[in-house]
Write a protein that binds this ligand. Structure first.
Ligand SMILES: Nc1ncnc2c1ncn2[C@@H]1O[C@H](COP(=O)(O)OP(=O)(O)OP(=O)(O)O)[C@@H](O)[C@H]1O
Length: 337
């Protein structure tokens, strides 16, 4: 890994002060920061190409991109599972992988779900994972397992064998593994992948709950609906690059409605709308559309009629987030639930 460049010209995330009892005061403003993060695999393929991520504390940050766009590779670099070709990662204000021993216990991760023993109970599986964690205190293991199971809504099923769990329950158990210790940041790779609608709802509900408790969530997905329904922020990946990163509110506010007119007099309509001040006016066959800006819609209709434009259909069309993202990436997204 190259030396950490985040000190130079970038807002330095504030480091939490360790308290004598080991807890932290003061939040890291940006729990995940990358600069120029790049991964070139042997064979020359650039899977992740100089990305600058900034994930604000308390956000549910959607890392959205089609399959193969570089999400998993990025997540593996964030967690120190693979070494970047160049660039840097800071997790909770600390450089990775240098500070991984102190940072990773504060980060819960779900990358390639953990393998459970199907004939063991949910609780027994949790205890086993915790026993393999050298940073975990064995004296509190059982109590922490109970809390984690409760947190993911599996208290009643804790004594059932995992083979009897639904896919959604297994995924919640996987998240419970990540919650066996107090976490400031959760990094989830496609947490609803392969789940049925009920399982998907359960996991999204859980993520919202966890964020409500102040945990920052960084979650990758190829599902636009997931980002739309769940996330406060998003970065859109396309072919290894971030093509857009912002709050969902900003993304939505940029989706300007267009005026669409269907008419047997398209040329006259185009001329009239342009003269009224519409911008980006386009004509195709019998449809004319443009950006009305702040112009009042009823006045536009009246002006068309006054200009002898016959109107077969007239209205505002609101572009969807999918339209915006397809425009950004040139690729379609899976819009399924
Ligand atoms: N170990 C590897 N060696 C070579 N190429 C790889 C390796 N891992 C991933 N890639 C390639 O890097 C690109 C990005 O893959 P990555 O798995 O990060 O994408 P992704 O967005 O997570 O997609 P998916 O959701 O399908 O996993 C892909 O073209 C993939 O084939």
């Amino acid at each position: 890994m190259t030396p950490d460049p985040t000190g130079a010209g970038n807002p330095a995330p504030s480091n939490p002060e360790p308290m004598p009892d080991g807890s932290n005061v003061g939040e890291v403003e940006m729990p995940v920061v990358t600069r120029g993060l790049t991964k070139r695999f042997r064979g020359g393929q650039v899977a992740v190409d100089a990305i600058d991520l900034e994930v604000p504390a308390g956000s549910i940050f959607g890392f959205l991109g089609p399959n193969g766009s570089g999400k998993t590779t990025t997540i593996r670099m964030l967690l120190g599972l693979i070494t970047p070709t160049s660039g840097s990662v800071q997790l909770l204000g600390q450089p990775m992988p240098k500070a991984q021993l102190s940072v990773l216990p504060r980060v819960g991760a779900l990358v390639e779900g953990p393998a459970f023993y199907p004939f063991w109970t949910g609780q027994a599986n949790l205890l086993r994972f915790d026993a393999a964690d050298r940073t975990a205190d064995p004296r509190t293991r059982k109590a922490r397992a109970g809390e984690a199971l409760e947190r993911v809504g599996l208290s009643n099923a804790s004594g059932k064998k995992v083979r009897a769990y639904s896919l959604g329950m297994r995924q919640r158990l996987a998240i419970a593994v990540a919650l066996m210790q107090r976490r400031e940041l959760l990094v989830l790779d496609e947490p609803t992948n392969g789940l049925d609608p009920q399982g998907t709802r359960e996991v999204r509900h859980l993520i919202r709950d966890l964020a409500g408790d102040g945990t920052t969530i960084f979650t990758s997905t190829h599902l636009l609906a997931e980002v739309e329904q769940l996330c406060t922020h998003a970065a859109v990946m396309s072919r290894g690059r971030i093509v857009r990163q912002s709050t969902m509110a900003d993304l939505r506010s940029e989706l300007r409605p267009r005026l669409v007119v269907r008419t047997p007099d398209p040329q006259q309509a185009e001329k009239t709308l342009a003269s009224l001040g519409l911008t980006d006016v386009r004509r195709q066959d019998d449809v004319v559309d443009g950006d009305p800006g702040e112009l009042p819609i009823d006045k536009l209709a009246a002006a068309l009629v006054a200009a002898d434009v016959r109107i077969h259909a007239f209205g505002l069309q609101h572009p969807s987030l999918e339209d915006a993202f397809v425009a950004l990436t040139g690729e379609g997204f899976d819009v399924a639930e």
